[in-house]
Design a protein around this ligand. Structure first.
Ligand code: SF4
Ligand code: SF4
Length: 479
């Protein structure tokens, strides 16, 4: 006789309702009293179907209704009849995989010298010596041709400009955008653009261009003068805030075709999330603000250690709770980390890989070398090809197999794996020297954050389900 046992799930509550986050499918299941009864029975030990059916009938259900409830729980994998947790098998990525996004590092040069930048110091992966520092127009065009030729089946593609400081090579960015618009039209696809910049070189001409071509803009900025200038400094040590702030105000006033966001790098020294958020939204006028802890090996003075991550989660929780209340009232809140996670929960995302790097997304160095993402460009060790010759599928497969959730045995019993999938390949390389290593230094943080966002999702689903429509559109995958 088949025995049933509990499937793999993470229970959570929101808005007075009880839910299960089903792993590894990433689905959210709303629990009623009957489902809760079956789960309680199975908590003690596994049981045969007859016993579970009898329990449901004792609650007043007919034979067929009880059977229906059990079937539903089984089909949703809330209960299961297998022998223990099955680890995800490593699946070979179907290559060639159609590209959706290309990140063009149009220069590896920067007019700032941020003290935590992963392009510098001992954490640096790139070896740009002897290679192009600024991407030539021809290389940018080859990259766009490569994207369009290798995006079979996709109706829209995305180009992101990254650096170094991107606007040091605005001339090439402008010509690449204009080229991409024409070529995408010829290929019957649509193309959209985004740009990450430190904001110091924004000018009237640049802002007009960004607005005309609907370029999404992310400004790297760490808060007010005092906070930002701790790390984000010019080569001579001068702080950058006073240069950036008026330019950002101008950008926000004149570029209205796409929302503009700020991206904050948190360090042990700059970690007051609420204060930073208030300044960037209330004082400067950003619509969205995203936060990320600095990527660095743990011995750096600015690395956020274990206690720091707990503190950060406490601060994120306060801001996320503000988001929750806004969403319940149907109002916008700009804490984009919550939006990103809720969107993945709503879309039932369950990742085989932590991100699109090396799969649908690639980074291109100024020389035209292709890397898994923008953070690996100019690193010979991680080179996957060149825009003129294409991708080396054997190297790509090796990178992807390492990064697949099936290779990360430490993650196989973790409820957060549908969203985390072991975490960023780049961070894993910096920390552990292996792109396929699970980022075990931040598991508590990831699980705490996932649980918090699930609760917010449940709350919104119960109190203002209409709001969840916001999470049906696509967003950028860049971090
Ligand atoms: S890295 Fe940690 S949090 Fe992420 S899936 Fe693996 S075990 Fe879970
Ligand atoms: S999560 Fe890491 S590996 Fe993935 S795209 Fe972002 S930086 Fe690159």
């Amino acid at each position: 006789m088949t025995n049933f046992r509990l499937g793999e799930f993470h229970p959570f509550e929101g808005g007075g309702k009880k839910y299960l986050y089903l792993v590894p499918s990433g689905a959210v299941f709303e629990m009623d009293g009957l489902a809760a009864g079956v789960i309680d029975q199975l908590r003690e030990s596994e049981r045969p179907a007859q016993e579970l059916l009898a329990g449901l009938q004792a609650n007043g259900l007919s034979v067929s209704d009880a059977d229906e409830v059990l079937k539903e729980l089984y089909q949703a994998h809330v209960i299961t009849s297998g022998d223990g947790v099955m680890p995800e098998a490593i699946e070979e990525a179907p290559l060639p995989f159609p590209l959706s996004s290309l990140v063009l590092n149009i220069t590896n040069q920067c007019n700032l010298s941020c003290k935590y930048c992963y392009e510098f110091g001992e954490d640096k992966l790139a070896n740009p010596e002897g290679k192009a520092q600024y991407m030539p127009v021809e290389t940018a065009q080859q990259a766009i041709d490569h994207l369009l030729a290798n995006s079979a089946g996709r109706r829209s593609v995305h180009v992101t400009f990254f650096g170094g400081e991107t606007l040091l090579n605005f001339r090439v960015m402008r010509s690449a955008v204009q080229y991409a618009v024409v070529k995408a039209r010829e290929a019957g696809k649509s193309v959209d653009f985004s740009l990450t910049t430190n904001g110091t070189l924004l000018s009237e001409e640049v802002i007009e261009f960004l607005s005309e071509y609907r370029v999404g803009v992310t400004i790297s900025l760490d808060g007010d003068r005092e906070m930002n200038d701790q790390f984000r400094v010019f080569h001579d040590g001068r702080g950058s805030y006073d240069v950036i702030a008026p330019k950002v105000r101008e950008l926000l006033a004149r570029h209205k075709t796409r929302p503009i966001g700020a991206r904050v790098t948190l360090t042990a020294q700059v970690s007051d999330v609420l204060k930073i958020y208030r300044h960037l939204t209330n004082d400067l006028g950003f619509r969205e603000v995203g936060f990320a802890p600095v990527t660095t090996s743990p011995v750096r003075l600015y690395a956020i250690g274990g206690g720091g991550l707990d503190l950060m989660l406490a601060q994120f929780t306060k801001l996320a709770n503000e988001y929750r209340e806004c969403a319940v009232r149907g109002e916008h809140h700009g804490f984009s980390n919550v939006t990103d996670t809720l969107m993945e929960v709503h879309q039932g995302v369950s990742k085989a890989y932590p991100c699109g790097a090396g799969l649908g997304l690639m980074g291109v160095a100024p020389s035209g070398d292709i890397a898994p993402c923008h953070r690996f460009v100019d690193s010979d060790q991680h080179k996957l090809g060149h825009v003129s010759t294409g991708i080396d599928h054997a190297k790509q497969a090796a990178f992807l197999n390492k990064g697949h959730i099936g290779s990360k045995y430490e993650c196989h019993t973790c409820f957060a794996r549908p969203l985390c999938s072991g975490g960023c390949h780049h961070e894993a390389f910096v920390r552990y020297g292996d792109t396929g290593h699970a980022n075990l230094h931040y598991c508590d943080w990831i699980r705490g954050w996932t649980d918090l966002c699930l609760g917010i999702y449940g709350d919104i689903a119960a109190r203002n389900p209409e709001y969840l429509r916001h999470f049906e559109e696509e967003r950028s995958v860049l971090q």
